[in-house]
Design a protein around this ligand. Structure first.
Ligand code: DLL
Length: 433
């Protein structure tokens, strides 16, 4: 039986949701115009005033915001309320440039936690469940976001945060955790560690996992589901828009419902900035229509994605986004060809490997090189050179057909690639361009 946290809105008629969006958008544009001089200036430069925005149909008239604006306005330039009305900040996990700092009023946190509670409830979470949260707590939004959502959904919430994998497995077993929240790469690592400890899916009571914060493939989902004996659900979000819970997966497990009563999604061509119709692949852009402290208007996420507005078997009417295919800024251009780490991952998982790999890009004599280091699984580990060469050649062939360019593949010993407790670091680009 499908469970909902706020059924009347999650399953509302599309016209009703559209009406809510129209009303909230008009009010939000006014809020921003009156309170965020940085964005007002952008609107003035584009010749738009709040009077021009009467419904979602007018959204395209508004200027975009991007990470550059956030850095420009760092730290307080995009605040929509006096600082004294804010009760929390979070910050991005990005490693380049200035960190993005996002602000929250108590109302913003409430809505954010509702979004996470919708995700947990859709994954089957109830008062009867124990929810083990291994996303990092702190500036990263994963821990506290899912924590708040889990409490609102009524689960007994275990705020483990990241680290100390053996202790995590012990808690999952001893406290009878039924729901696990962490990054997909950490879920895979927990599974690996359990195997090493001589434990299998029957030794833990988990039934569902809510995994996001990084791209993961369908193949990785199947692997995790098998190793942990659970159903694995995707969850999407970003700090700028509050954190996890902007979109979440339901029992259909084929795309994430966007919480459209709080966020309006668009897909644009990242080069021309033209809005594309549903079903087209492009850059995902969000307008947050409820958030007061950090009101993001037409925020360019850099995530490459496709939206679908078809009826879903779960009964929810919110539009669905596919798993993001990658980011415009993690897309590698190698010898002129666009390469996404997710494509390489798909080839590896299709060939029986796990998502333990590192992509090393360099430029030698003016030519780009693509090296992929891939861990053998313990089951396939061998020092037979003929066997290793054959396996490497198979992967080179698979990647050539997926990417259209030749990669060099090096198989390495199990567990030799550093594991991450948060988002995995998959790409090392040594080119000085
Ligand atoms: O990663 C928020 C989050 C925490 C989401 C926990 C889900 C679970 P940031 O650190 O600001 O926020 O990173 C946001 O991560 O623009 C995407 O590129 C990527 N991302 C987030 N969720 C997914 C997902 C959090 N399910 C950036 N699939 C986003 C693919 C994801 N990429």
């Amino acid at each position: 039986m499908e469970r909902y946290y706020q059924e009347e809105i999650e399953c509302a008629a599309p016209e009703k949701i559209r009406g809510i969006q129209d009303e909230k958008l008009v009010a939000q544009v006014k809020h921003v115009w009156d309170n965020v001089p940085y964005y007002r200036k952008k609107m003035e430069e584009k010749g738009v005033t709040p009077d021009d925005i009467k419904s979602v149909d007018d959204l395209h008239k508004l200027p975009f915001l991007s990470k550059y604006d956030l850095r420009d306005a760092y730290p307080y330039g995009l605040l929509g309320v006096p600082l004294k009305d804010c009760v929390r900040i979070h910050s991005t996990s990005g490693t380049t440039g200035k960190r993005v700092v996002a602000f929250y009023t108590q109302g913003d946190i409430d809505l954010w936690e509702d979004c996470c509670a919708r995700a947990i409830t859709a994954a089957g979470g109830t008062k009867e469940d124990v929810c083990h949260v291994s996303y990092g707590y702190g500036l990263f939004t994963g821990g506290l976001g899912l924590h708040g959502g889990s409490q609102k959904a009524g689960c007994l919430t275990v705020p483990v945060s990241s680290g100390n994998t053996e202790r995590q497995i012990m808690f999952i077993r001893d406290l009878q955790a039924t729901i696990l929240c962490c990054t997909p790469s950490y879920a895979a690592y927990l599974g690996e560690s359990m195997k090493e400890m001589g434990m299998g899916p029957d030794d833990i009571p988990l039934k569902a996992g809510i995994f996001g914060a990084e791209a993961w493939s369908e193949e990785m989902r199947h692997d995790i589901e098998k190793t942990l004996g659970i159903k694995a659900y995707d969850i999407y979000g970003l700090t700028e828009l509050s954190g996890p819970g902007v979109a979440f997966e339901c029992s259909a497990q084929n795309g994430m419902h966007i919480n459209e009563d709080h966020f309006i999604a668009e897909i644009i061509d990242p080069d021309t900035e033209e809005v594309l119709p549903d079903g087209s692949q492009g850059e995902l852009v969000f307008t947050a229509i409820d958030k007061k402290a950090f009101p993001m208007m037409r925020y360019r996420t850099r995530d490459i994605c496709t939206l679908h507005r078809e009826k879903c078997s779960c009964g929810r009417t919110f539009i669905k986004m596919e798993k993001p295919k990658g980011r415009t800024d993690d897309m590698l251009i190698i010898r002129g060809v666009n390469v996404f780490p997710s494509q390489i991952e798909t080839v590896l998982l299709e060939n029986g490997y796990q998502a333990n790999y590192q992509i090393i890009v360099d430029r030698v004599n003016n030519t780009d090189t693509l090296d992929v280091h891939v861990e053998m699984t313990p089951e396939m580990f061998t020092d037979d050179i003929t066997e290793i060469n054959k396996r490497q050649a198979d992967l080179v062939k698979g990647m050539l057909s997926m990417l259209g360019i030749k990669a060099k593949v090096t198989l390495v010993a199990p567990k030799s690639i550093t594991r991450s407790e948060g988002k995995a670091v998959r790409v090392i680009d040594n080119r000085k361009i």
